[in-house]
Ligand binder design. Structure first.
Ligand SMILES: Nc1ncnc2c1ncn2[C@@H]1O[C@H](COP(=O)(O)OP(=O)(O)O)[C@@H](O)[C@H]1O
Ligand SMILES: [Mg+2]
Length: 241
């Protein structure tokens, strides 16, 4: 569903590598957690997947579409929530959602239905007519999420989605991502919050200094380690200098 083949990126023409020779795949119906310390290369990887930053080498496939050879087709099936979503302040919540629905060609009926369901789940229905400039950080994130899910994407990419959400909204988001996967979508998200990953993800990949150093289910990662090792213990062991 989402496949990276030997993907690398250098911001300085090959002097240093933000991401190096990274290969991984996330399957249909799966929640994949992309873990790593600050500066590991998570955001760089996500920006390459969604078509914002060209890989220096390697290729990326979403539902068998090459993201960099066929960018428009790829973008139709992907949805991206950046780590700091830049939502248009001068629009109301509803206007922003309709704007995104227009871009993705979502029908009137589908958009109203989906938006109302998502806004209700996020407890944002009352605030949707207000200007985004009046929203708190968490409210902006929830509107950005609603807009990101408005075209019912097959692949949902999120950069540190739990940061800035209150515990209740984070719980709602987790439930929503699980629902999308159960309906056949693939969720790929970065996080440095390990207990979120531990409870939510079907599989995880751990990136450190640009290299993918582990990939698999928690069970698989535990092999060779203490059988009761927490993800945190594994993470610390794998990412130590
Ligand atoms: N726009 C940029 N220009 C130059 N270097 C960058 C840029 N963005 C990120 N980097 C570097 O690339 C590496 C990976 O960063 P990033 O992908 O943001 O990591 P993460 O999201 O895991 O914290 C870091 O060393 C960072 O300093
Ligand atoms: Mg980042």
């Amino acid at each position: 569903m989402l496949q990276l083949n030997n993907v690398s990126h250098s911001y300085d023409k090959g002097k240093t590598w933000a991401v190096r020779d990274l290969s991984l795949n996330a399957k249909q119906g799966e929640i994949f957690g992309f873990l790593g310390p600050n500066g590991a290369g998570k955001t760089t990887t996500l920006r390459m997947i969604v078509g914002l930053l060209p890989p220096t080498s390697g290729n990326i496939l979403v539902t068998d579409i090459d993201v960099w050879k066929n960018p428009t087709a790829a973008k139709k099936v992907i949805s991206f929530l950046p780590d700091n979503p830049n939502v248009y302040e001068r629009l109301t919540g509803w206007e922003y959602i309709r704007f995104m629905a227009d871009i993705y060609g979502v029908s009137q009926e589908e958009r109203e239905q989906r938006a109302e369901r998502l806004l209700t789940q996020f407890e944002m229905l009352h605030a949707a007519p207000d200007l985004i400039s009046s929203y708190s950080h968490g409210m902006r994130q929830k509107i950005a999420l609603t807009a990101a899910l408005i075209h019912d994407p097959k692949i949902i990419i999120l950069d540190e989605p739990m940061v800035g959400l209150d515990p209740r909204s984070a719980a709602i988001l987790k439930q929503l991502l699980r629902e999308h996967c159960d309906r056949g979508a693939t969720v790929f998200f970065s996080t440095h919050i390990l207990d979120v990953a531990e409870r939510l993800c079907d599989r995880v990949g751990i990136i450190n200094k640009g290299y993918l150093i582990a990939q698999g289910t928690l069970e698989e990662l535990r092999q060779g380690q203490r059988t009761d090792a927490t993800l945190e213990a594994l993470f610390l062991e794998l990412t130590q200098a």
